[in-house]
Design a protein around this ligand. Structure first.
Ligand code: KG4
Ligand code: ZN
Length: 375
């Protein structure tokens, strides 16, 4: 139902543009300025951005759905797609207005088509297809995880590749050898939970609310990271993979007691919560830093880029910086607002466009991460 409403509204918009071509959408930008509109709706953020060819972000609008999912303690896919339907057009409108653009200024529409929640991705893709069709401009499909890495390229303001790249988000913990801005070779990923997912689940165990990452970080401020010795899976192994489910379970048993054990469980005081949060956070970061160090050595790279929502974590950023300084490599982490989901990072579409990697209007979404190549 909700999806049908969006399609009808978009088709009306399309008719309106066609009828008023050249009148309604008069541009106030010079003809030689090239800008694209990027749309991101892969998970629980509805986002749109306008980016010019020099990668200047003219607008970057993000509508978070945190308030809608909070009471469920996690993202509910159906709630997410319905919220995208309600918000997508106002968000696109706002991003165009903020950038001082009209629809006929746009030379392409970029849209995240993979990976993500199927219903959520479909909302963004439907809006993007309609705009591309009506405006008769190219449609550029973007991979969300690769866009997270490209956020580092945006932050650097110059070419940063080749580099080792780490994406740590709610859905992924992926380590790449980035040969160029469009060539990402997957070196390894998580075999169970993603890093952000572990933060979210531990926050739930500690009754810290949703989203878990910022809540755990906040709680950890007054905690001791050495109070608990939590597992660091694969830390001393060669494999470039992650596993966070054992760590998550260790936190659960620390809070609720080990099943079958008669040992009394200490009360969950504010200090104990803080100590568990800090010790958990340290364990995650130790593994992430160590695996990146391994990958850098293995591939003889000099640059490390880190993106995704978990990379907004201050302690993680400091730990990575320390490692980079000690190892003599360059570290590029996007600013926190470009780590969590946004549409500006879909600026990778400019590179795709240059390579002619556009899509026809019958393209579909790809909810799973299909371009995984583990060596
Ligand atoms: O990249 P992102 O916004 O969405 C996905 O692509 O999944 O990442 C969201 C994840 C969530 O799991 C959230 O808890 C985590 O990033 N996160 C953090 C922090 N901010 C967001 N984790 C740790 N510390 C943070 N400050
Ligand atoms: Zn993301």
């Amino acid at each position: 139902m909700a999806g049908n409403r969006l399609i009808i509204r978009l088709l009306l918009l399309g008719c309106c543009v066609r009828e008023n071509e050249g009148q309604l959408f008069r541009s106030n930008r010079s003809a030689d300025t090239q800008v694209l509109l990027a749309i991101e709706s892969s998970c629980d953020e509805t986002a749109a951005a306008v980016i010019d060819r020099e990668l200047h972000v003219l607008s970057n609008v993000v509508a978070s759905q945190t308030d809608l999912h909070q009471r469920f303690g996690g993202i509910v896919p159906e709630v997410a797609s319905r919220a995208h339907v309600r918000r997508i057009l106002p968000i696109i409108d706002e991003s165009l207005q903020e950038a001082g653009c009209e629809l006929d200024d746009l030379c392409a529409i970029a849209v995240v088509t993979e990976p993500g929640l199927v219903g959520s991705l479909l909302v963004g893709l439907t809006a993007a297809k309609t705009l591309a069709m009506v405006m008769r401009i190219p449609l550029v499909p973007v991979n969300h995880v690769e866009a997270h890495l490209y956020a580092c390229r945006m932050a650097a303001g110059r070419d940063i590749f080749p580099a080792v790249g780490l994406v740590v988000s709610g859905g992924h913990s992926n380590l790449y050898d980035c040969h160029s801005s469009l060539e990402f070779e997957l070196l390894g990923s998580t075999i169970d939970d993603a890093a952000g997912e572990a933060f979210d689940k531990v926050a739930q165990t500690l009754n810290l609310g949703f989203p878990g990452g910022p809540a755990v970080e906040q709680a950890a401020h007054i905690g001791s990271s050495s109070a608990f010795k939590f597992p660091r899976t694969f830390l001393n192994e060669d494999r470039l993979e992650f596993s966070f489910s054992g760590l998550k379970t260790a936190v659960l048993y620390t809070v609720r007691g080990t099943p079958g054990s008669r040992k009394p469980v200490p009360q969950l005081t504010e200090q104990r919560i803080a100590d568990i949060a800090a010790s958990f956070q340290e364990a995650v970061i130790d593994v992430l830093v160590a695996k990146c160090q391994q990958a850098i050595k293995l591939r003889c790279r000099q640059v490390l880029c880190v993106g995704g929502g978990v990379a907004a974590n201050t302690h993680l950023r400091q730990s990575f910086q320390r490692m980079a300084d000690e190892s003599g490599i360059e570290l590029i982490i996007a600013p926190p607002e470009y780590c969590t989901d946004n549409a500006a990072m879909a600026a990778i579409a400019w590179e795709l466009l240059e390579q002619g990697r556009t899509a026809s209007l019958d393209i579909d979404v790809t909810p799973g991460l299909v371009r995984q190549r583990t060596r």
